[in-house]
Design a protein around this ligand. Sequence first.
Ligand SMILES: [Zn+2]
Length: 139
Amino acid sequence: MTGAEALPPFAEDIFVSKGKGVQLLGSRCPQCGRAFFPRTGICPDDGTATEALRLDGEASLYSFTVVRTKPPFALPAPYPVGYVDLPKHDLRVFMLLDPDRIDALEIGMPMRLASGEMGVDLKGRRCIRPYFTPADTKG
Ligand SMILES: [Zn+2]
């Protein structure tokens, strides 16, 4: 992981990764409290300007699928994607899931946010990417 820390993130303004700590960058409406990811500038419910919110990485798996077509961005093949629920923010997000744990995925299971070197970014550079993995994944 030492060399990987020097790699660029997949995209700016999506997440922050520091060592083993990783957080998704969302936003929150100060008027109604609704959380968003990816972040949005204006709450669609009441038009209020949102504020930055670092999302808690504790989640449960709502639904998932395994993509078996040729992957974009040099992702592993196959790779899983899915919706995870973040109970602290009453928010459901669509994210990449851990390609090394496909066989372990079960709807409703506890998940946590992780990050690591995976695939390439929009400029074709190797990069760090956030993904959700089963909560019992080591490392
Ligand atoms: Zn609002």
